[in-house]
Design a protein around this ligand. Structure first.
Ligand SMILES: O=P(O)(O)OC[C@H]1O[C@](O)(CO)[C@@H](O)[C@@H]1O
Ligand SMILES: [Fe+2]
Length: 191
């Protein structure tokens, strides 16, 4: 096995519990609260009022596979049910600085995958058993569309893809998911 800047890992098994998001062996765990989602919700005044809230909007449990070239890290993200002035709880969303594909697998609850290539947006409904494919060059954000259940998914992505969060602040995501009665609708990003 030559030609690798960093030697790849040895084979190993990772177990996960879809009901709790616990990954074994465990890697980093990340927790995102309102304060971590600055500049992303449409109603910035409502966001300011809640920015000190302890409520967890989403958490990310990663396996120990590192974000290094040629490896394929994985993580399980859990988005709480909730909304801010009607806009459904969501991940920050990001673009891959090195344009590479990624897959998401729905585990529990119901959600959506919002994709934006800078011109056009797309929406994929996600539920247990759905694989959402993110092609290279499409920024991606996940949304919990359920009013009362967490939405949980597994992500598998190239270790060299990277995360560009500024891209979403600069370009938006093309649309926003907002509550509409018992359902939701997609509205224009600026609307
Ligand atoms: O990185 P964001 O936009 O906060 O979204 C979280 C999810 O997306 C990932 O970055 C993978 O695309 C994972 O860390 C996690 O599954
Ligand atoms: Fe990604």
């Amino acid at each position: 096995m030559s030609g690798y800047a960093t030697p790849p890992l040895r084979p190993f098994q990772i177990t996960f519990d879809a009901a709790t998001a616990v990954v074994d062996p465990a890697g980093p765990v990340l927790t995102r609260r309102m304060a971590d989602l600055e500049g992303l919700f449409r109603d910035q005044r409502a966001w300011q009022e809640l920015r000190g809230s302890e409520k967890v909007v989403y958490s990310v449990h990663s396996s120990p596979v590192p974000e290094t070239p040629r490896e394929l890290p994985q993580s399980i993200t859990t988005i709480s049910p909730g909304e801010l002035s009607g806009e459904l709880f969501m991940t920050k969303g990001h673009q891959h600085p090195d344009p590479q594909g990624e897959i998401y697998l729905g585990l529990t609850g119901t959600g959506g995958l919002l994709l934006f290539d800078g011109a056009e947006h797309a929406w994929l409904d996600m539920s247990p058993g759905t694989i959402g494919y993110i092609p290279p060059g499409w920024a991606h954000r996940s949304v919990n569309v359920s009013a009362d259940e967490p939405y949980r998914f597994l992500a598998v992505y190239p270790g060299s893809a990277g995360h560009d969060y500024q891209w979403v602040l600069d370009h938006g995501m093309g649309a926003r998911a907002v509550r509409l009665g018992d359902a939701f609708e997609l509205v224009p990003y600026g609307g």
